[in-house]
Design a protein around this ligand. Structure first.
Ligand code: AMP
Ligand code: ZN
Ligand code: ZN
Length: 307
């Protein structure tokens, strides 16, 4: 097995690109895919201040590492969703990455907004699905931190498997609103709404895993225990089955969508108008945003439990 670029011994097989690569050329290739996504979809420039949302998983760890290696001004953001002992392993990794990249790590404590409760505890009290509350809290605090700390753009670690699976799920349910939002760049449409980007969107999840392992980057292996009932893994395994027959099915589907999106779907003109939440001032389509509404319900329930 020979490296397609240098002809030396290859150690990584990439059937989805119909090539094999040696260690150095594989590492370079993954970094180049990130750079291509940044430039092709106009994510940011070298002058922009970037905030990378870092969970401690392989995707966000490698993204932060790659962005700083490429020379971008990228700091990290860790959102503390649980109690200290629950988040310590992930926070330790985020801190190690800050040391490795020499960049700043911002820590946002979600429990501060939930009367000292972890997001998982809050979901239980509110009888809400943990993943949906957790997703809401993460999106809200990522946006808030990007705006308040003066960053130009927020980057998350979503990879090709995440994006292709999300898109497939949305198409299977014809969720056209979400389909339109499945682009790897979401522009800011309000002064308090940050631009959001996904620079790993062209990289396969398994390639990212090989990348972090080859470079010995620290990362958290385990996935969130609360996401087991989520539908995304089903779509991911559907894609993996399909790739057994057509090794580039995922990337062909996703890149095709990015290319053809505007031809297939008319850009919605009647987007709901954003207004500022009457409590926190961040953009929402209702009077009170869903984050503040969840906080109000939680406060009422806690008071009831304590009375
Ligand atoms: P997930 O929603 O867990 O699949 O994570 C998707 C992306 O969101 C990750 O790649 C990170 O960029 C970001 N993210 C997830 N959890 C956190 C967290 N606790 N703090 C900061 N960013 C996070
Ligand atoms: Zn090579
Ligand atoms: Zn609000």
């Amino acid at each position: 097995m020979k490296c397609k670029i240098c002809g030396g011994p290859a150690i990584v097989q990439l059937p989805h690109y119909n090539m094999n690569l040696c260690k150095d050329h594989f590492i370079h290739f993954i970094q180049k895919r990130v750079k291509q996504a940044i430039d092709r979809y106009k994510m940011f420039s070298y002058n922009d201040k970037i905030l990378v949302a870092i969970s401690g998983g392989k995707d966000s760890v490698s993204l932060w590492y790659i962005l700083t290696k490429l020379g971008y001004k990228a700091d990290g953001l860790f959102i503390k969703l649980g109690y200290d002992h629950q988040v310590k392993p992930a926070l330790d990794i985020a801190q190690k990455l800050a040391d490795l990249t020499g960049r700043k790590l911002i820590i946002e404590d979600a429990t501060r907004y939930f009367y000292g409760k972890s997001v998982f505890e809050a979901a239980k009290i509110l009888h809400r699905h943990t993943c949906s509350l957790c997703g809401k809290v993460k999106r809200y605090l990522m946006n808030k931190a990007t705006i308040e700390y003066g960053y130009d753009v927020l980057a998350t670690g979503h990879n090709l498997d995440d994006e292709a699976s999300l898109l497939l799920g949305n198409i299977l349910h014809w969720q056209t609103g979400y389909i339109l939002r499945s682009f790897p760049v979401l522009e800011s449409t309000h002064p308090k709404l940050a631009k959001k980007v996904k620079p790993h969107c062209l990289n396969y999840e398994k390639d990212i895993k090989t990348y972090v392992d080859l470079l010995n980057l620290p990362y958290l292996q385990q996935t969130c225990p609360f996401s087991l009932g989520a539908k995304l893994p089903i779509y991911k395994s559907l894609w993996d089955n399909l790739e057994k027959y057509q090794p580039n099915a995922k990337i062909t589907f996703y890149k095709g969508f990015l290319r053809e999106k505007n031809k297939i779907f008319k850009i919605q003109e009647n987007q709901p108008k954003l207004q500022e939440c009457n409590i926190c001032g961040y953009p929402t389509i209702n009077q009170t945003c869903s984050f503040c509404s969840a906080r109000i319900s939680l406060k009422t329930k806690i008071e009831k439990l304590n009375s």
